[in-house]
Design a protein around this ligand. Structure first.
Ligand code: FAD
Ligand code: SIN
Length: 532
């Protein structure tokens, strides 16, 4: 079977906000290859609604944004990372404006909306479809750049690792990745002097998630298998308000609806129930608090959903601020200008991931990482709304700058073996993949969701151990497909989440367990760092 070998200066895995930011910065000096699973717009970036947090108002300060981030993060944030990201936010927004992102304006300045956990208005946005505008601007710039090659339809399988005597590297040096060409079914090797992982989160490990179909934790699984540490995987964020609809699943109702005055109501009594959980911050309490409150109402009263209501605001105001959501709901027969929206919590963001420093370096020489697949110390135990796109811009750039700084120390990839398919055959039982995929997502939702217990986590761990054997046997016997690669990573992510959750003997931020309901009052709370 023929094999393509491609060598580039830098390989980037992922075409979302993190990957393309890095690509644009690097392409001023180097040749860059960007690989993406499925389409170039298939990541979470294109789906972001609310916006990007940055201190731009004269009455706001970096200290305020830093404090809000650390309060949401429940003591687990690394202060130097929080400072690093938040102080670079205004510049990141400036760069996006230069790229042509048409942020909403008010009286000549950028319009700032508000979201939960933010003490000030500081979210720049493009209506309620910020991510699409950002993705489009980044893609346009990348397409116009002759130093950037983008190959969609490539599912990366594993890093190419090996040893080499260069000064920069030690053991486990990364030299690029093996990727499945989704059209031809062939596995290519893509070699590079430096590799940046920007493959997004693992949200699809849960049955209900706002994340797109491809968020299967591939990057986290690849880095873990290659020997990188992964941290804080128990900190899975659940967004409080995903549309409840039997036909349309996974449609987010942005937090900005609450930011602009929306109320959460018991669907039968009409009571504003947040008064019972967080009377001061009400609907604008951090996400973990609001999601747990909704979960409690649903379980306690046997409800299918709660109501989110902004119909007390003028209809024109609602339509102007939320045109995408208004149009989508109208198509489903829901008029948000005159009545409430049924909502439920759903998985939304992976706070944990591959451990990186401020230079975006991972544990593995030759491998940098940025965006949702990482744990940089910004989010701690709970991400503040609209801080994640920001993290992608700041760390995408940090990775690029660090690579350029150490370029002279990086040597060329050595000869690398081809992907070996000699011992595998075509599978005649695709149903195994579907069955296992569904099973993982179900037990993760039921046993490792918003409220956990040790018993439920142990049940999940038992299921994972059984499935692991089955999936590894299958992987070792049959030709790889994207579904199989994703299943393997989904299971790996599930295992990392469960092991991290079992290791944390307290409740903190997004990790809430009935067996340890209190937060330890350590002066220095610990991250959950898993070592391969
Ligand atoms: P992504 O944008 O997810 O991109 C991942 C890339 O990796 C994709 O190109 C994908 O194809 C590629 N990839 C994955 N696996 C492989 C593989 N095996 N091989 C090759 N390529 C691969 N954050 C905010 O700050 N503000 C918001 O308003 C906001 N709203 C959101 C709304 C929704 C519905 C969702 C789901 C998330 C939202 N977030 C928001 C979170 C934010 O969108 C993400 O954290 C961010 O976009 C992640 O960007 P990324 O570049 O790390 O990854
Ligand atoms: C939202 O619009 O509610 C999502 C914001 C975010 O996830 O940061």
């Amino acid at each position: 079977m023929g094999m393509t070998q491609n060598t580039h200066d830098v390989l980037i895995i992922g075409s979302g906000a993190a990957g393309l930011t890095a690509a644009l910065e690097l392409a001023q000096h180097k040749r860059v290859l960007v690989l993406a699973k499925g389409s170039l717009t298939g990541g979470s970036t294109a789906w972001a609604q609310g916006g990007i947090a940055a201190v731009l108002d004269a009455g706001d300060t970096f200290d305020n944004h830093i404090r809000d981030t650390m309060v949401a993060g429940a003591g687990l944030n690394r202060k130097e990372t929080v400072d690093f990201v938040i102080e670079r936010a205004p510049e990141a927004i400036g760069n996006l404006v230069k790229l042509g992102v048409p942020f909403n304006e008010a009286s000549g300045d950028l319009h700032l909306t508000r979201e939960g956990g933010h003490s000030h208005r500081r979210i720049v946005h493009v209506d309620d479809a910020t991510g699409w505008a950002v993705q489009e601007a980044l893609l346009n710039a990348a397409e116009a750049n002759p130093n950037i090659t983008m190959l969609p339809g490539r599912t990366c399988i594993d890093f190419i690792t090996g040893r080499n005597g260069e000064k920069f590297s030690a053991e486990g040096r990364v030299w690029g990745a093996y990727a499945l060409d989704e059209n031809t079914g062939k596995v290519e090797k893509h070699l590079a002097k430096a590799t940046i992982l920007a493959a997004g989160g693992a949200g699809r490990v849960y049955q209900f998630s706002t994340s797109p179909r491809g968020a299967t934790g591939d990057g986290i699984g690849m880095a873990w298998r290659a020997g990188a540490r992964v941290s804080n995987m128990e900190m899975m964020q659940f967004h409080p308000t995903c549309l409840y609809n039997l036909e349309v699943k996974n449609f987010l109702i942005t937090e900005a609806v609450r930011g602009e005055g929306g109320h959460l109501l018991h669907p039968e009594t009409g009571k504003r129930f947040m008064a019972d959980y967080d009377p001061e911050r009400m609907e604008l309490a951090p996400r973990d608090v609001v999601a747990r409150a909704i979960d409690d109402q649903i379980k306690r009263f046997g409800l299918d959903y709660v109501h989110l209501d902004i119909s007390h605001k003028p209809a024109e105001f609602v339509k102007e601020h939320f045109p995408t959501i208004h149009e989508k709901l109208t198509g489903l027969g829901i008029d948000m200008t005159s009545g409430p929206i049924p909502v439920v919590p759903a998985q939304h963001y992976t706070c944990g991931g591959v451990l990186v420093g401020l230079d975006a370096r991972t544990d593995l020489p030759g491998l940098w990482a940025a965006g949702e697949c990482t744990e940089s110390g910004l989010h701690g135990a709970n991400r503040l709304a609209s801080n994640s796109l920001l993290e992608c811009f700041v760390f995408g750039e940090a990775a690029a700058r660090d690579i350029l700084n150490c370029w002279d120390e990086l040597s060329d990839p050595p000869a690398i073996r081809d992907w070996d398919e000699s011992r595998v055959s075509d599978s005649d039982e695709q149903v195994v993949i579907k069955q296992n995929w569904t099973e993982i997502r179900r037990f993760m939702w039921n046993y490792v969701g918003i409220v956990r217990t040790t018993k439920r986590l142990e049940r999940a761990a038992n299921r994972i151990a059984l499935l692991r054997q089955e999936v590894e046997d299958y992987y070792g016997s049959f030709v790889v497909t994207t579904d199989l690669i994703e299943l393997r990573n989904l299971l790996q992510a599930a295992e990392l989440i469960v092991n991290s959750a079992l290791a944390r003997k307290e409740s903190r931020g997004l990790h809430y367990t009935l067996d340890y309901p209190k937060t330890d009052d350590d002066a220095k709370p610990r991250d959950t760092v898993l070592v391969p």
